[in-house]
Design a protein around this ligand. Sequence first.
Ligand code: SAM
Length: 383
Amino acid sequence: MRLDYLTIFPDYLAPLRLSLPGKAIDSGLLELHVHDLRAWTHDRHHTTDDTPYGGGAGMVMKPEPFGEAFEALGVGAGDTVVFTTPSGQPFDQRVAEDLATRERLVFACGRYEGIDQRVIDHARTIAEVREISLGDYVLNGGEVAALAITEAVVRLLPGFMGNAASLVEESHAEGGLLEYPVYTKPRTWQDREVPDVLLSGDHGRIARWRHEQAVRRTAERRPDLLHPSALDDGTPIVRAVRGDAEELLTLQRACWVQEAIANEMLDIPALHETLDEVRADLDRWETYVVRRAGRLVGSVRGRLDGDVWEIGRLAVAPDLQGQGLGRVLLGHVEAVAPSGAASYRLVTGARNERNLGLYKKAGYRLRRDLAAPSGAVTLTKRL
Ligand code: SAM
């Protein structure tokens, strides 16, 4: 694989020659070229940035040095130009696996407010373009992102790692689980013991223990990986963010007005909540939402109360009810219950036959012995 980097800070990429990548370069598995973008400037100050058209803060990277660099480096069909940008596709192991199949990656590292858009548009006409983000935060420049992407990609190249098996078992591998905890010598350290099972020599037991640990860790830390739930058409159910609050409030009002009319209950708390309360609840509950054609059409939330996973606000846009969306959302919130949960609990309108039917079908039992707001009933189900 050949890797090229266009940057105004070539020294940032010096670590690429350390450790394993260094060895891979020596062995001919990797060809690596770091280019100082200023080599393609023609003024005395080697200027690579200028003020933004339309005004605003900061500077923008000029298009000409990138254009000349692409030409001088012969970037063309079959090559992939990677623009590192916070507005790109989030980088993950699947993207790394995909990039590892390419013959040549050319990283264009941004600085300042980013790169003139025409560079990206132009690159698209001569090569494959990928705009990739390291995560939802802003770095000073694209070099650190290029380094991280490189490291994740090149370790997947056949022959790069001494032990290819370690690729199969680690976090984010094909199985989608986080890795189990690992231990080495000494057997006792600071009064802490290595788990007995790992000393048993029983490979079957060890494999089972590791799998259990991986599942538990994933459920606790990244339930979204364990249950990447989606509707039948592949629409994902995702964790709600603060920016969803307005739409959540709208959905909630639409659903609970309907519920209130059907049950002659006008004191349903969800009907009277303010936007600020909905926002605050997003911090207190794990809320999940689903969108259709960009519109937020379903929600549900859960939170742990002792060993009870309390489920609430199961809502489906009135025009999409009766299509099974509620059942899928309920299944999702049940699936993401943390490992400490022993049962599920929810509350619904005592006269809401449709909801009661849904919950009973899903295995919930009516619990008249448990408190519920007036006009409502509590239902529970054991995990
Ligand atoms: N104004 C830009 C914006 O809001 O999207 C941010 C520019 S940032 C200060 C400068 C450069 O750092 C970007 O052009 C990009 O190359 C790189 N960068 C910053 N955050 C990044 C991230 N999360 N992932 C990948 N690259 C990033």
